[in-house]
Design a protein around this ligand. Structure first.
Ligand SMILES: [Zn+2]
Ligand SMILES: [Zn+2]
Length: 497
């Protein structure tokens, strides 16, 4: 979801234009109103056409959203997701030939509780957005972030998705849809006016305690991203939406790409920044705004009066260096100002990324928090194991633990370290018991490298929502059980051999 900072702060159109009026490069008739890149000056009409075309082209190229499919738009109130909403409206109002043919709904996550807004401030923002959503005629849901505390554990499981679509399936579905009078069926659906659920003060406090337990803003932002995504996916699932549209612009994704690398999320980059993200299986995340820069969006929203609503984020009014994400953002934006192709260069890189076929594709373990394939089963020579070793080294040096034999003298791959995302479970016999005391808390073994870092920055794991804790318990129990019967399984295999 887009953040506040996505707001474009650079110079807006008029000042950039030379005083002599220039012609539109497209129609060569009207005078230019917008300069997107040096040399690309568009008139108002051509800019609108270009902008609208880009949205449809992005969806058309990827052929992921089928006619008649229910698609939930995650709108944060920021310029990018509001622009996405207006593009969907635009697409639905087109004539039959160019019309978008899916069934949209809107979800807004009210994060006011997380950033310490008063009940009154939150109510005002919700009212403002409600007016915007009502005007679209689409059904919409206003969900307070506090509801994340009541999620079922199923949200952190990747549900089996629809079977892989054949190459011709999309075209067949469109043809079928056109034949079967589908167009009249595709209206926006009835707008439901469900009042937003009452937020209990105690829930807000638990949420604040949860986020407050993160010692750094970096970890707090990561935690908030994870919780928000869980709530969005759960909302989509329970309301029967199979696609979730996110409003990440190309500028946002460039920032996300660089900060993800700094946060140790290299293995998950393709999921985090790609057009489609299938980590949740049945609910696919799509990012149709990924071709637009924040600047283009700002121009369009201003010229065509697309409403957006300011909502404060965790890092609003904080210094550049307050978090890795925030620092990366100001870095990219400053670089972009001097070297205008920066963002698109980073973004083009993200297009080439592919998720590595990790164990998860074979039904293996996934991170308990971000639901990506675990990247912790890497070889001994990886940066991850190097970090583990240096962490163990620094722990053994502390005076309190001097009585123990240095852990690193034991081969790291056998003794009480994380092996393939599971605890070794004392497999090595007597050697392990002494090391047990300084072992990292078991919950961490269920996380990818980056989420481990996030949790490490928290003062307590106990404040995590119940759905995460109980799923952790279930997974740990299961791996323990697997460990207990391991010997039998090996014997069976030996017999067969
Ligand atoms: Zn023109
Ligand atoms: Zn993770």
């Amino acid at each position: 979801m887009c953040q506040v900072e996505e707001e474009y702060h650079g110079p807006l159109l008029r000042e950039e234009l030379p005083s002599v009026s220039r012609q539109c490069v497209k129609c060569k008739e009207a005078s230019a109103a917008v300069v997107i890149r040096a040399g690309d000056a568009y008139c108002r009409g051509c800019f609108k056409e270009y902008f609208i075309h880009k949205f449809r082209a992005m969806l058309g190229k990827n052929r992921l959203i089928f006619p008649g499919e229910k698609v939930l738009l995650a709108v944060s109130g920021g310029p990018s997701s509001c622009s996405m909403l207006s593009q969907v409206q635009e697409g639905l109002s087109q004539n039959a030939h160019k019309k978008l043919r899916f069934l949209p709904g809107i979800v807004y996550i009210d994060e006011g509780g997380a950033v310490g807004q008063s009940v009154e401030q939150r109510r005002r923002t919700v009212e403002e957005l409600r007016a915007v959503f009502r005007a679209t005629g689409f059904p919409f849901l206003m969900v307070p972030l506090e509801q994340v505390l009541d999620l079922p554990s199923s949200v952190v499981l990747s549900a089996p998705g629809a079977p892989e679509q054949e190459a011709g399936a999309y075209k067949a579905a469109v043809d079928h849809f056109l034949l079967s009078d589908g167009i009249s069926g595709v209206t926006a659906g009835q707008q439901q006016e469900t009042p937003p659920p009452e937020v209990q003060e105690a829930h807000t406090h638990s949420l604040q305690r949860l986020l407050g337990s993160a010692r750094t803003l970096t970890a707090r932002e990561e935690l908030l991203n994870i919780l928000r995504q869980h709530l969005l996916v759960h909302t989509a699932r329970s309301a029967g939406y199979s696609k979730l549209m996110l409003g990440d612009s190309c500028t946002r994704l460039a920032v996300k790409l660089l900060s993800s690398i700094s946060l140790g999320r290299g293995a998950q980059l393709a999921h985090d920044t790609g057009f489609s993200d299938s980590r949740y299986g049945d609910t696919i995340l799509v990012r149709p705004m990924r071709d637009y820069s924040a600047k283009e969006i700002a121009y369009y929203n201003r010229m065509f009066s697309v409403p957006s609503v300011f909502t404060a984020g965790l890092d609003t009014k904080t210094a550049d260096k307050s978090s890795i994400q925030h620092l990366t953002e100001s870095f990219v934006i400053k670089l972009q100002a001097d070297f205008p192709s920066t963002v698109s260069t980073i973004y083009r890189t993200s297009e080439k990324l592919q998720s590595c076929k990790g164990s998860a594709s074979a039904g293996g373990d996934r991170c308990l928090l971000c639901v990506c394939a675990l990247d912790t089963a890497a070889e001994n020579a990886s940066a991850f194991s190097a970090t583990l070793i240096s962490e163990q080294l620094s722990q053994t040096k502390s005076p309190g633990e001097s009585r123990q034999a240095p852990e690193w003298t034991a081969p790291a791959s056998q003794c009480c370290s994380i092996v393939g995302g599971e605890l070794c479970g004392n497999r090595g016999g007597g050697g392990c018991s002494s090391a047990k005391a300084s072992e990292p808390p078991p919950l961490r073994s269920l996380l990818c490298y980056s989420c481990q870092l996030t949790i490490k920055d928290m003062s307590s794991e106990e404040v995590l929502p119940q759905y995460i804790l109980s799923e952790a318990e279930r997974r740990l129990r299961r791996s323990q059980l697997r460990e207990e019967i391991r010997d039998f399984l090996l014997e069976d295999e030996a017999d067969e051999g």
